[in-house]
Ligand binder design. Structure first.
Ligand SMILES: C[S@@+](CC[C@H](N)C(=O)[O-])C[C@H]1O[C@@H](n2cnc3c(N)ncnc32)[C@H](O)[C@@H]1O
Ligand code: SF4
Length: 343
């Protein structure tokens, strides 16, 4: 059983922030020309050897746009050849039969993002063709025999689009619809009134439960959950503050590698002081964990659970909560005078 809330032990890779789109809500502020080139595939492939020994078995390649990353084929083929299950999260617009021919047999799963019905999706994605292109990409995956799902980022405006997106999933052969509450991170932090309020989170949760029961071939999941359920999951996060021999996958899942190569716990965009090391020297990062444990990560987890709402009927997204807590802690630290902060 993997630690955290995931059934598998996952490394989430963001090799580059380069992207063919520039979505208004993008938490990583990706776009054309951002972190051009990215981290070489060879760097990841070398790092996957010690990370496998630490208990991870899935890499999920995100970004930026995976299909805008030059090293994609080398990374997918190299990781699959050494036994990794390889997942992609993509906007779907660059998928063509020719582009995926080499990698298709080596992909365990692909998530295509549809963030609303056509109008809302194209507006959020700042492209008049993003929706049609994503559906076409899904059809290419289906024809190539690649199992895929849809990831929908749900905000206030798009909550009512959930049933329509479900219908698109059914029509195009998606096996999973993942409903992810829009988080006020990156460019979304500059948008007003887009994040789901309490009622919106509750409606999203209920919609996911109802839709999940309709068709055994199209499962529906959401990161919006009753705070009480999340609190019950606290035992899945046993992060040591002292030297430990336990494999990293038992302590931090998912492990995120951002576009700078930092190893971060749980989510992209956390306070860089939570970095556990660098993808270019994973052995050194693991040696530090063995020697010192993960004091900062442990206290982030503790604060995140301690600050969950306790009122009846509250809903939360744990990943947004952990990101929020990381930035709140940074803000508190900024307010502490330098002399006492360094004590
Ligand atoms: C950053 S994108 C990278 C992969 C690819 N470019 C894509 O759009 O699917 C990964 C996922 O994050 C979602 N996302 C982007 N900004 C978000 C935000 N502010 N809150 C929640 N999810 C967000 C996207 O909709 C997408 O499903
Ligand atoms: S959400 Fe995905 S497609 Fe949109 S800008 Fe960010 S990385 Fe690119």
């Amino acid at each position: 059983m993997a630690s955290g809330f995931l059934p598998q032990a996952v490394i989430q890779l963001h090799p580059t922030l380069a992207c063919n789109l520039r979505c208004g809500h993008c938490y990583s502020r990706s776009g054309p020309g951002a972190s051009r080139g990215g981290i070489p595939a060879a760097t990841f492939l070398a790092a996957l050897v010690p990370l496998r020994a630490e208990g991870y078995d899935v890499i999920s390649i995100s970004g930026g746009e995976p299909f805008a990353y030059r090293g994609l084929d080398e990374l997918v083929l190299g990781a699959a050849a050494t036994g990794w299950r390889v997942h992609l999260v993509t906007n779907g617009t660059l998928i063509t039969p020719r582009r995926i021919e080499r990698i298709a047999p080596h992909l365990s799963a692909v998530a295509v993002s549809l963030d609303g019905d056509e109008g809302a999706h194209n507006e959020l994605r700042a492209s008049p063709t993003a929706f049609a292109d994503a559906l076409r990409g899904m059809d290419v995956l289906r024809a190539a025999g690649v199992g895929f799902g849809v990831s929908m980022t749900v905000g206030r405006v798009t909550l009512d689009d959930v049933p329509a997106v479900y219908d698109h999933c059914a029509a195009h052969g998606a096996a999973l619809l993942s409903l992810r509450p829009l988080a006020p991170l990156g460019r979304a932090s500059e948008m007003d009134g887009v994040v789901l309020d309490h009622d919106g989170m509750a409606r999203l949760f209920i919609a996911a439960q109802l839709l999940d029961g309709l068709d055994p071939n199209l499962r529906v999941r959401t990161d919006a959950a009753p705070a009480a359920w999340i609190a019950e999951g606290r035992a899945n996060f046993d992060v040591p503050m002292v030297a430990t021999d336990r494999p990293l996958a038992d302590l931090v899942n998912p492990l995120v590698v951002d576009e700078l190569g930092q190893l971060l716990p749980f989510a992209h965009g956390l306070d860089p002081r939570l970095s556990m090391g660098d993808i270019r020297d994973v052995d050194a990062a693991i040696a530090v964990v063995r020697r010192d444990g993960l004091r900062r990560v442990a206290s982030l987890v503790e604060r995140t659970f301690d600050h969950l709402p306790t009122d009846d009927g509250a809903f939360v997204d744990w990943y947004a909560s952990v990101a929020h807590e990381s930035h709140a802690a940074m803000e508190r630290a900024r307010r502490i005078p330098v002399a006492s902060a360094s004590a």
